[in-house]
Design a protein around this ligand. Structure first.
Ligand code: MN
Length: 496
């Protein structure tokens, strides 16, 4: 469902006429070689498209307008091989609507000590040409990512890859549609938000749909489709005895499969990239959707429970950023704690954790759900393998959106949890639960998160920079007293 290969990043090099045709041809050849090198590195998932060197204000403005109008172009990499007087860039940067990365690199990696002459110096001036360009970007208040180092360096390529994935997620959000089935859980504050502001600032629309529209599609699903899907379940999961044919919960499995097929049809027909539901509005549905949501997330849909559309859109963006990477990304909730000298979070939800973060083959089980007053729903039950992860939340502060990211370490559960009938992850937040949770709570972070083992905080920081939203990081370096100051300063910054 998520295809990054359709996108392009344009590689645009700046220079000026002063150097003469011979030098400018060399600049073109070098830039093309860098674009080729990045494409063949195997480290960047999005095609880098070389564009001929620009040397005049008109050429710069023209390429910026072309980028705006190209549906494939998700952003630009800008580099000054030579000096490029930056007033030439004012008009272009002021019309540019696509994200850009300023690559502060040099064609050669090392100084040729024995042969260096003034011709070489004239050709390889990014050390000062890029500073002139940086000045105008800062003077104009342009958001961008600055990446420094040689273009063959894997760290540099990795930073470009991360930014290009963030730019893809941004592009994916523009015009994206999210379906809100029912409203949010009554009286809950953090799942509310300004949907007009979201569409204006973040590009995606959220609209409500009656559960009856979904029920109609669920009722249209044929028995043979249900049986085929149950065959898929049996191949992929370790199905509990009572959910198998002849078991006393087999009908619940059939009903769950029917809901999945109906939901898929609903999302597909409407062109939605994600959705929310709520256990308080299930009229006509036999169950709260469980396994269906888990599997739809695995296919790339964003999801937020209890009407949480901001998290649904965040999970979708994280799905785009992590497409093709090892790990996995899910909706998540901080559920309960293990408080001791090495305090831990047990993360889970009533049902809806994505199977992309499962360790091993999930179990398919059917148990009662104590909330919502419906029939027992099938769900996938699994643990999450140890390793680094991030938990992310998007909140509406009234005058802006705030993205908070906590770097965490997933650890194995201390014991097997035989009576817990939901997927779960156990983690230790960085720098420790006490500091992380205090900072998160001071920042107003939600209980719902987008949780990823595939992404790092750098992806989210790049996404926030492109989106122009507030970004707060809680990691190894966080101290509560400093974090509180950052919150106060940001309040001033965003109030002005
Ligand atoms: Mn919840």
């Amino acid at each position: 469902m998520i295809e990054l290969t359709k996108y392009e990043v344009w590689f645009v090099t700046g220079s000026q006429h002063l150097y003469g045709e011979h030098t400018l041809k060399q600049v073109d050849r070098d830039s093309e070689a860098i674009a080729d090198g990045l494409n063949h590195s195997g480290n960047i998932p999005i095609k880098i498209v070389f564009k001929p060197v620009v040397t005049t204000p008109d050429a710069i403005t023209k390429i910026c307008r072309e980028a705006n109008n190209s549906p494939e172009c998700i952003g630009l990499i800008l580099w000054m091989h030579t000096f490029s007087p930056a007033k030439m860039w004012i008009a272009g940067l002021n019309v540019l609507l696509k994200p850009f990365l300023h690559l502060h690199t040099q064609f050669n990696s090392e100084i040729p000590w024995n042969t260096i002459d003034m011709d070489f110096m004239n050709l390889n001036q990014s050390a000062h040409g890029d500073r002139e360009f940086g000045y105008i970007c800062t003077r104009l208040g342009k958001r961008r990512k600055v990446v420094v180092g040689h273009w063959r360096d894997e760290t540099v390529q990795s930073k470009i890859a991360i930014w290009s994935r963030a730019a893809a997620a941004w592009t994916d959000a523009q015009g994206a549609k999210f379906a809100r089935l029912g409203d949010n859980m009554r009286s809950v504050a953090v799942t509310e938000g300004d949907k007009v502001d979201a569409e204006s600032r973040l590009g995606y629309s959220v609209n409500g749909h009656g559960v009856g529209d979904l029920v109609r599609l669920v009722d249209q699903v044929s028995d043979s489709e249900v049986e085929k899907l149950i065959g898929d379940y049996e191949n992929r999961y370790d199905v509990a005895a009572n959910a198998r044919k002849g078991g006393d919960k087999y009908q619940n499995l059939r009903d769950g499969a029917r809901i999945e097929l109906g939901l898929r049809a609903f999302l597909n027909d409407g062109g939605f990239k994600g959705f929310t539901d709520t256990f308080e509005d299930l009229y006509g549905l036999k169950q709260l959707p469980g396994i269906s949501v888990q599997r739809l997330m695995a296919d790339g849909y964003g999801f937020g429970a209890e009407g949480d559309w901001k998290t649904a859109a965040l999970v979708r963006a994280m799905k785009v950023m992590s497409a093709g990477l090892d790990g996995g990304t899910s909706f998540m909730e901080d559920y309960t704690y293990h408080l001791n000298s090495r305090s831990q979070v047990l993360g889970a939800h009533m049902l809806e954790i994505c199977e992309s973060i499962a360790e091993g083959k999930p179990k398919l089980e059917i148990h009662p759900l104590s909330i919502g007053g419906r029939e027992d729903p099938p769900r996938l039950v699994f643990n999450v393998a140890p390793g680094p992860a991030i938990a992310c939340t998007m909140v509406d502060m009234g005058n802006r959106f705030r993205l908070i990211v906590n770097a965490v370490d997933v650890i194995p559960p201390k014991k097997p949890l035989p009576k817990l009938p939901v997927a779960r992850a156990v983690w230790i937040p960085k720098p420790d639960l006490e500091t992380a949770a205090a900072s998160w709570i001071y920042a107003g972070g939600a209980h719902h998160t987008g949780f990823s083992k595939a992404l790092t905080s750098e992806y989210m920081e790049d996404f926030a920079e492109i989106a122009g939203i507030e970004f707060l990081l809680i990691d190894d370096t966080t101290r509560v007293s400093e974090f509180k100051k950052e919150l106060r300063w940001n309040e001033m910054y965003y109030s002005s």
